[in-house]
Design a protein around this ligand. Structure first.
Ligand code: GLY
Length: 433
């Protein structure tokens, strides 16, 4: 029996014994098996379909009407900023991306997680195939998203099937990300497009993991030092007193603020749901990597804000916490998956972590229900339904998206890890009290 399969079967045994806190309803029996069965089927089918292609699965084609967008945004829409509606025959069909798209790492990364969770060798072969397709991204310099692209693909390959080429790709990409760090501003530049002087988006917190990995691989702390400085500067300028965050902060060359805005949220002062997820994930990660307690405090503040601000009964947020509270308002399953994954990690770092684990379990219960989890062969090959990419641009509204699948699988892995280490976990917490 393979180690992975063994770990998984042990975890299944444990789930029944020590599921989430009794005071909340734990995901129902067999939910992990069902989720992995669906995920493996969907990912394998899509990988088979695209095995000879240079393209990767991103989402499905969606459309919109202006009145709908204006009702969601509660203001008039600038039509120049909108994506064109696709031809009707494309609606609901698979939408691909090339390897230079910011989401290109998520499909290979999902294959790696599915392999890790099931021990299935054909998933491993597909993970290797699709990871290798991203090799030319190691030369890309024009975006912070190289962290997402390479760390989710090659970063997982390094954990599960390491070799020297993987290490080289990770370090070369980290060099390109590090080159975007401006020491006067104390941040990595996110985007090269647009009118901003030096835009930094909250999503950039996710790309710091690549820098921490590069320091581990090379022994050179310049990468992690830059990551820590980026996190400190972002903590100072991206957050409001209530711990919600701006999406975009642009800096002048001397480090003063040029502007604070949104790009994908409802308005400049709203709390875009996925941005809040990126924030809690990013600061949890930075605390784990640096042991800087101010990052842990920040993660806890953001987590508590999310619990308080998300008003949906099933814990899957509307696309923006400030979006209208109506049945028509699209959800964002991707924000929920990112949040669940971060909360499971966070729950292990503090004595009162159970409430974050409980909340993550509630999210996983919802995502694993028929409301969000695809049936096999449905949903254009994706695992989860009901994410929202960028509603203000009329793009990817109430649709599957590859990064929702990735963070859902990561959250399941983290959940299973906690189940396995449950006794150890509670002992640590007691010792820390
Ligand atoms: N990083 C872009 C997004 O979250 O949509």
């Amino acid at each position: 029996m393979k180690t992975n399969s063994f770990i998984l079967s042990s975890a299944f045994l444990l789930i029944g014994m020590c599921s989430c806190n009794q005071s909340v309803s734990a995901p129902s029996d067999g939910w992990v098996e069902n989720a992995l069965d669906v995920a493996s089927y969907q990912l394998k089918q899509t990988a088979m379909q695209l095995k000879d292609s240079t393209m990767l699965p991103r989402t499905t084609w969606t459309g919109y009407t202006l009145p709908f967008l204006e009702q969601q945004l509660e203001h008039k829409v600038n039509i120049d900023s909108l994506h064109a509606n696709p031809p009707e025959q494309l609606l609901g069909k698979l939408r691909l991306c090339n390897i230079y798209d910011w989401t290109s790492g998520f499909f290979p990364g999902s294959l790696w997680y599915a392999y890790e969770l099931t021990g299935n060798d054909s998933l491993k072969a597909q993970a290797i195939l699709f990871t290798n397709k991203l090799n030319p991204v190691r030369y890309l310099k024009g975006t912070h998203d190289i962290g997402f692209m390479i760390n989710c693909s090659y970063g997982n390959a390094l954990r599960l099937a390491p070799n020297d080429t993987i290490k080289k790709v990770l370090v070369e990409t980290a060099d390109n990300l590090y080159a975007r760090f401006n020491p006067t501003i104390g941040c990595i530049r996110s985007w090269d497009f647009g009118e901003w002087n030096f835009p930094v988006i909250i999503d950039n917190m996710m790309n710091l993991e690549l820098l921490f990995n590069a320091s581990r691989l090379t022994g050179d702390t310049k990468y992690s030092d830059a990551a820590i400085q980026h996190a400190r500067t972002t903590m100072q300028h991206h957050f409001r007193p209530d711990y919600t965050c701006y999406h975009v902060v642009s800096y002048n060359n001397d480090g003063t603020i040029e502007t604070k805005q949104t790009h994908q949220g409802k308005n400049d002062e709203s709390a875009w749901s996925r941005g809040q997820g990126w924030a809690v994930y990013g600061y949890t990660l930075c605390y784990k990597e640096s042991q800087d307690s101010s990052f842990l405090q920040q993660a806890l503040h953001v987590a508590d804000m999310i619990i308080q601000r998300n008003t949906t009964a099933d814990r899957i947020p509307y696309w923006d916490f400030d979006a209208p509270n109506t049945p028509e308002t699209p959800r964002d399953a991707s924000a929920a998956a990112v949040t669940a994954s971060a909360f499971i990690d966070l729950s292990e770092l503090v004595p009162n972590g159970q409430k974050y684990l409980d909340y993550a379990c509630q999210i996983l219960q919802s995502l694993s229900s028929k409301d969000y989890l695809a049936g096999k062969g449905e949903n254009a090959g994706f695992v989860l339904k009901h994410s929202t990419g960028s509603l203000p641009h009329g793009s990817e509204i109430d649709t599957p998206i590859n990064y929702a699948d990735y963070y859902y699988l990561e959250a399941i892995k983290r959940y299973l890890d906690i189940q396995k280490g449950g006794i150890q976990h509670s002992q640590n917490l007691t010792a820390n009290k």
